[in-house]
Design a protein around this ligand. Structure first.
Ligand SMILES: Cc1ncc(C[n+]2csc(CCOP(=O)(O)OP(=O)(O)O)c2C)c(N)n1
Ligand SMILES: [Mg+2]
Length: 590
């Protein structure tokens, strides 16, 4: 039964993350040191690892972290800690980043903004100046404008925030923030003044917020209208969104699809949320960015599109190339259910999906539009062919199975990854909406920590690698073994496709040398299909981190990027020009 679709470790949240609102019975003493309570509570709610960098204002907090059962991982730079915590949270159901005031907190902000945008439940704990330090508003190191600056900035990228200046309310504030994180699947901010963290705070009698419930009449009305449309539809399709992964509801949707025989497509952000080797799975839909024309045609000709947990973004809709008519869509998310032109509020996402999955509907007729979607094996005769981006994803697909998690960075790594389809279900993680470069290498640490049995396969462009690739240093220290594939196309290839200029030139590195620098792992380069295939086989058999540099012809891109860049050029009215490379740039203006 090796090829049976599995939901894998990706869908196995820790015990407490499974139960997002109600805490299990647990009695606290009457008082506890704040730092001890903070990390004990986070541990109870599912946090097992923390990513970050200390600083003087945060040292007392880090000391409590070290004493707790949560493992603290020091990274090379805060942005990387944020990306690692984000990836960890996506898999584990909640994650933690610990930093110092402003220099650390603001450094990690971009990653937390991405976690907010893509619904990833990260708790940010920041050390801070003490209550005493704040009297008379002195100029203290790391302070930007006021002592409130960092929290106010974080209000824009979190669903709850607090500064723990009041011992009496500290425990309930911690609980409020952590529960908001779990409920909304979005980051929260907890600021811990260094002179408060050791103090005893009252902790007895704290309780989580009440469980939110659906309004029964609204729920029934939404369900009734939905079921009428499904019954009438001849060719419905499910667009499985990322919230199915966040709210652990993918199984419900797969069960419903199986009973009604409705095919399932994913989008770029939700890729792998439902098993890609399931017989009802048809591929990634995203207008011009779809994995293939079959899935695009199928979704666009469907008479009903059930968008379940879907984020409708310019990226997932292929830069406005998606053709989905509101009059034939149902959009159910954690925020509301919209059936064609009717909006239903006050419905819990899970309640709606549970009823939908249990509904009695006659099976539809379904013919798979592309039943042979898995890649063809590599032929002997083609092994010496030069490697192109199309081959990269095909060859990688041949090596993937249920123990792999592809972690894609921004650039052609993510666009091309739309087309990855392996015979056996692999997981996929990428910042496919917020699109921040530098995600993948640090995120692989979060993946490895959250799901020990998953091996990360990192796809990263040379530009993105230069941002956070040095995090291999942490990977080596932790003894992790991701396979890091650097797509070296001599600069910012994605930007070049839209508009070229010397701003797309970066320094050519000797990428393989990174292993010498960090004193661990092994590296090799590949320029042909056969070399890449062999390098992947060697890396898979190694228990150390492997860096494989792929020499990609400068102007070669995946089909998805070629299509998308064409659309962006149309929208923005630009034309690609071919002016500079790291070889031709002669530093004219220096
Ligand atoms: C943090 C950040 N800075 C800038 C960008 C804009 N951007 C998107 S793709 C890209 C180039 C990526 O280059 P590389 O990693 O080499 O991948 P390639 O496009 O060559 O495949 C840039 C600069 C971004 N998305 N994120
Ligand atoms: Mg590049």
């Amino acid at each position: 039964m090796k090829n049976e679709p599995t939901m894998g470790q990706y869908f196995a949240p820790t015990e407490f993350a499974k139960n997002p609102v109600r805490s299990s019975p647990y009695s606290y003493p009457r008082t506890m040191p704040l730092g001890q309570f903070l990390f004990e509570y986070l541990y109870r709610r599912g946090v097992r690892h923390s990513f970050g960098i200390p600083g003087d204002f945060a040292l007392p907090t880090f000391t409590w972290l070290e004493k707790s059962k949560i493992r603290s991982i020091t990274m090379t730079h805060e942005p990387a800690a944020g990306f690692a915590a984000d990836a960890y949270s996506r898999i584990n159901g909640i994650g933690l980043v610990c930093v110092t005031y402003c220099v650390g907190g603001l450094n990690v902000l971009n990653a937390i903004a991405g976690a907010y945008a893509e619904k990833s439940p990260v708790v940010v704990v920041s050390g801070a100046p003490g209550r005493k330090d704040r009297e008379k508003d002195p100029l203290l190191h790391h302070k930007v404008k006021t002592f409130e600056t960092q929290r106010r900035i974080y209000d824009e990228v979190t669903v709850a925030s607090t500064v723990l200046l009041d011992e009496q309310r500290a425990a309930s504030e911690i609980v409020r923030c952590v529960e908001a994180c779990l409920r909304h699947k979005r980051p929260v901010y907890i600021e811990v003044p260094h002179d408060i963290v050791d103090r005893e705070i009252p902790v007895n009698g704290i309780s989580g917020p009440a469980l939110e419930q659906s309004d029964p009449d609204t729920l029934q009305a939404a369900l009734h209208e939905t079921l009428c449309l499904i019954r009438a539809a001849k060719k419905p399709v499910i667009l499985a969104g990322v919230e199915l992964a966040r709210y652990r509801t993918a199984r419900l949707v797969v069960r419903m699809a199986e009973r009604m025989k409705i095919p399932i497509a994913a989008d770029l952000l939700s890729k792998s949320a439902v098993p890609e080797n399931h017989p009802l799975y048809i591929g990634v839909y995203g207008g011009a960015m779809s994995s293939d024309e079959h899935v695009r045609k199928y979704v666009e000709s469907a008479d009903l599109v059930l968008m379940l947990g879907t984020f409708i973004t310019d990226m997932s809709m292929g830069f406005y190339t998606a053709k989905l008519d509101r009059g034939r869509t149902i959009l159910a998310t954690s925020e509301r259910v919209t059936v064609r032109y009717h909006r239903y509020e006050s419905i819990q996402f899970r309640d709606f999906l549970e009823l939908l999955a249990a509904a009695k509907i006659k099976s539809k007729h379904f013919e798979h539009p592309n039943p042979h979607a898995v890649p063809l094996p590599l032929k002997k005769a083609e092994r010496s062919d030069a490697l192109t981006m199309v081959d990269v994803f095909r060859i990688l697909s041949l090596h993937l199975d249920e123990r792999c998690c592809v972690v894609a960075d921004i650039g052609d790594a993510i666009f091309g990854a739309v087309g990855i389809r392996s015979a056996r279900q692999a997981q996929f993680i990428a910042p496919a909406y917020y699109m921040s470069m530098g995600f993948a290498v640090p995120a692989s640490i979060g993946v490895a920590m959250a799901a020990k049995k998953l091996r990360p396969y990192v796809l990263v462009g040379d530009g993105a690698f230069q941002m956070t690739g040095v995090e291999i240093s942490t990977i080596v220290r932790l003894g992790l073994n991701p396979i890091i594939i650097v797509l070296n196309n001599d600069g910012y290839g994605t930007m070049r496709r839209i508009r070229d200029g010397c701003f797309n030139v970066i320094t050519q590195w000797n990428y393989g040398k990174i292993c010498e620098l960090v004193r661990g792992g092994e590296s090799e380069a590949a320029a042909t299909k056969g070399e890449f295939d062999a390098a992947l086989s060697r890396a898979r058999n190694s228990d150390r981190v492997s860096v494989i540099e792929l020499k990609i012809p400068r102007n070669d891109v995946s089909q998805q990027l070629a299509r998308i860049a064409r659309e962006v050029r149309k929208i923005r009215g630009t034309r690609p020009r071919n002016r500079c490379s790291s070889q031709t740039q002669d530093l004219r203006k220096v």
